[in-house]
Design a binder for this molecule. Structure first.
Ligand code: NAD
Length: 490
């Protein structure tokens, strides 16, 4: 059911491309339909850009770059801070928009507004802390000056699963560093990015600094942008498969890239863990965003001595989760993003069961309106099951028992991905060993969620390149210059 508040919100939202500070239709007038995955209904039509529109966006970003790069860092930071304040004021509205376009429960959408907003605040503060270096060279024959410069116009590509936070995590450091951007949100959930662009406009951002291109044909639209010599940076968040394609395109001009790609997070529970803590954290690490997170725990690797206890406690909690449209009270399992996601979850569960996994709860396809899949628990999952090597991206919790610390580490690291791991143990020394032994860019030690604007988010192995957030985040948008000058003499 669409409420009056939803209708008003959707009607007030621009449906155009945002180029050079103006909202306008696609050159050929095409439009792209955005659906509510809980009902399958079209909620809004937005402009469907083609390559010529993308070129216009790059023209605008390139023209705006010298002025924005020369704008004092304090002023750039203040625009971000104003955008943060506006976002906080409009928390309910933005949260509702996210729930409508991609299905997450409203309470989680509010959490994303808080988390995503922090990038605007954090990088507004970081803008004024970009520093260089000055010193005598070791031979004493000259002075070394090291300075930082904005890398230039950037192309930013984001996924649908965290439409606000993935936008602000890229846009805020880029703007703080003095870069201009062309932003391309996912075709499945472009509305939140449009909302953010309007917010930045309201916060005083000059025309052309942020440009938004929505399209149903991301390949043909993106490739010319990536190959355009005026674009100096590509930052992508999405699947490893698409990331590899874009890296290949970027290699032609040796384009600076940041890649935040897929994950296959292990969640390791040792027999000395506090099981209450582990179960609480498992519910967050698995079911946040209906399992559609790159950081979602994908493989629960549990000591055989405590696995039965863990399974029964988890199953009880999972049976209590309620499924429905994210706007309804008490719902924690919203719809998956589309039919393909439902078919994938269903296939992975069937494959595991066929190989001998035990279906503890869930696992029944839902035939009503919307693209729902129920919260599901699988125990005794055989190690050759597809579910352990694919990103599930759905509310399915797969448990594998282990018998020794070495075996747990071996299973956890047996993947091409390396984004995040979760470890549960009350032993300090074991915790430290896991920091050394698990091959992931991030780790939750006795916690089930690690994301924070002040921390360097990013993966090892095929989970990506570079970091977003933290003091590291702004350096993705800066380039270093070293200058040598002779000693001034006496
Ligand atoms: P996706 O790779 O299908 O799409 C991501 C973005 O790439 C979208 O904007 C899409 O339009 C665009 N795209 C698709 N094909 C393209 C092409 N040929 N050329 C240019 N752009 C193209 O991913 P998704 O389904 O939107 O998101 C889910 C994936 O994102 C998962 O694998 C998840 O792990 C990953 N993800 C990673 C992080 C992280 O920080 N590491 C965060 C969120 C999501």
């Amino acid at each position: 059911m669409t409420t009056e508040a939803e209708t008003t919100l959707l009607q007030a939202l621009p449906g155009g491309l945002f180029i050079d500070g103006r909202w306008r239709a696609a050159g050929d007038g095409r439009q792209l339909a955005v659906h509510d995955p809980a009902t399958g209904r079209v909620v809004k039509l937005v402009a469907d850009a083609g390559p010529a529109d993308a070129r216009a966006a790059v023209d605008a970003a390139a023209a705006a770059f010298p002025g924005w790069a020369a704008t004092p860092a304090r002023e750039r930071g203040e625009v971000l801070r104003r955008a943060f304040d506006l976002l906080r004021e409009r928390r309910e509205e933005v949260a509702l928009l996210m729930t409508i376009e991609m299905g997450k429960p409203l309470a989680e959408a509010r959490g994303e507004v808080d988390y995503g907003g922090e990038f605007l605040r954090w990088f507004g503060e970081e803008a004024v802390r970009v520093q260089g270096r000055y010193g005598a060279n070791p031979e004493g024959s000259g002075r070394m000056i090291v300075t930082q410069h904005p890398v230039g116009p950037c192309y930013l590509v984001t996924p649908w699963n965290f439409p606000l936070a993935m936008t602000t995590r890229k846009v805020a450091p880029a703007l703080a560093a003095g870069c201009t951007v062309v932003l391309k949100p996912a075709e499945l959930a472009p509305l939140t990015t449009i909302y953010v662009a309007r917010l930045l406009e309201e916060a005083g951002l000059p025309p052309g600094v942020v440009n938004v291109v929505t399209t149903s044909t991301p390949g043909p639209v993106s490739e010319p942008i990536i190959r355009d010599a005026r674009v100096r940076k590509l930052s992508f968040t999405g699947s490893t498969g698409v990331g590899r394609t874009l890296l290949a395109q970027a290699s032609e001009r040796v384009l600076r890239t940041s890649m935040e790609l897929g994950g296959n997070a292990p969640f390791v529970v040792f027999d000395d863990a506090d099981l209450d803590t582990a179960v609480d954290a498992a519910m967050v690490a698995k079911f946040r965003n209906i399992g559609q997170a790159c950081t979602a725990a994908n493989r629960f690797i549990v000591d055989r001595k405590v696995v039965d206890d863990f399974v029964s406690r988890i199953a009880e909690r999972v049976r209590g989760l309620s499924m429905g449209r994210g706007t309804e009270d008490g719902v924690s399992i919203g719809p998956l993003i589309d039919d393909r996601a439902v078919a994938k979850a269903d296939h992975l569960v069937s494959d595991a069961v066929a190989r001998g996994a035990r279906l503890v709860t869930g696992g029944q396809r839902y035939d009503g309106e919307g693209t729902f899949y129920p919260a599901t628990v699988l125990a005794d999952v055989p190690v050759d099951s597809e579910i352990l090597s694919s990103e599930i991206f759905g509310p399915v919790l797969a448990i594998v028992p282990f018998d020794s610390e070495d075996e747990a580490v071996k299973i956890a690291n047996d993947t091409d991905y390396g984004l995040v791991s979760y470890v549960f143990t009350e032993s300090l020394s074991r915790g430290h060993r896991m920091i050394d032994r698990l091959e992931t860019g991030m780790m939750g030690l006795n916690v089930g969620a690690v994301s924070n604007a002040a921390a360097p988010f990013g993966g090892w192995k095929m989970s990506g390149l570079g970091r977003e957030g933290g003091p590291e985040g702004i350096h993705e948008y800066l380039q270093t210059k070293y200058t040598l000058t002779p000693d001034p003499g006496a």
